[in-house]
Design a binder for this molecule. Structure first.
Ligand code: ZN
Length: 292
């Protein structure tokens, strides 16, 4: 067995143990990976597929009313093109094409990072269908990561529509996403949307669970954002808590670390500390000591 496989298996076992011992995860957010796709305005459907044509549904998407269409188009930039880019329905007011940074480099285009729907002044691109082609002067973007949620989820997490938060995803290659925008709507189902580059960076696959972290909530965010803390004196800064924390559970994971504000964590002789937790503790400037 190779080293990578062993690490993966050990990581998964420890992950399972962690889940059982801490009854996780109340801040859990399922992550969905969005591949490159196209939203079309009605007249562009007709140019690309013929007069009177309407999109046909291939499969439903997780957000109510949204669907992946059977239809695809080719998108072309100055450098190259990408075939079979999926169209998502229903039709929208303005055509919008969402690609990853990797796609953009291949196409030879420079789309801005934007929230879906905000395409003013974004990049141009050409769409080619079986019956015709459309060149749009704006509408090509790299989508800003975001979380869809219902008002009840927002209340539970203590967040508001439009707010930016951080999401951490622990895995073989742990990663944290900053500037993730919260989008609240009655019709939304709780789900974070990231693109394929973001997913690949963290070895994230469809359905991976992330953890929502509010800014200024962890010691890390306070430390790495001194300017923000200074300009907002009312922000919750780490309280002068007792110096050490007695940890009594069998397994110390990164999930536990996030909820411990003290700088010293005292564990018992039998406590297992995951490698990831050790690294995270070091990053957070926390020391782990064994009780004598
Ligand atoms: Zn979305």
């Amino acid at each position: 067995m190779n080293q990578q496989l062993i690490e993966q298996i050990v990581g998964e076992i420890l992950g399972q143990l962690g889940k059982e011992s801490t009854q996780l995860p109340e801040r859990a957010v399922p992550i969905a990976v969005s591949a490159r796709h196209v939203h079309l305005q009605p007249d562009h459907v007709e140019v690309l597929f013929g007069a009177g044509y309407e999109l046909t549904q291939r499969s439903e998407l997780s957000q109510p009313g949204q669907f992946a269409a059977n239809e695809t188009v080719m998108i072309a930039g100055p450098k190259s093109s990408i075939e079979r880019v999926r169209i998502l329905g229903p039709v929208r007011k303005a055509t919008q094409v969402e690609v990853s940074f990797t796609d953009a480099m291949k196409l030879g285009v420079k789309p801005p990072l934007r929230e879906s729907g905000n395409i003013e002044g974004s990049a141009p691109i050409t769409l080619i269908g079986p019956k015709g082609s459309v060149h749009i002067e704006q509408g090509l973007i790299i989508a800003q990561s975001h979380i869809h949620m219902a008002p009840s989820d927002a209340a539970r997490f203590g967040v508001q529509d439009g707010e930016y938060i951080t999401v951490e995803a622990d895995g073989i290659r742990p990663i944290s996403f900053r500037n993730v925008r919260i989008r609240v709507n009655e019709r939304y189902r709780l789900e974070m949307h990231i693109d394929t580059d973001e997913a690949n960076a963290g070895f994230i696959t469809q359905g991976t669970i992330g953890r929502l972290v509010k800014l200024n909530e962890t010691a890390e965010s306070v430390r790495t954002q001194p300017a923000a803390v200074q300009s907002a004196p009312s922000a919750p800064v780490k309280a002068a808590a007792p110096q050490s924390f007695e940890f009594t559970k069998k397994l110390l994971s990164t999930e536990d670390l996030a909820s411990i504000s003290e700088d010293e964590i005292v564990i018992t002789k039998g406590t297992i500390v995951t490698a990831l937790a050790k690294d995270t503790a070091r990053e957070l400037g926390k020391t782990i000591t064994i009780r004598k």
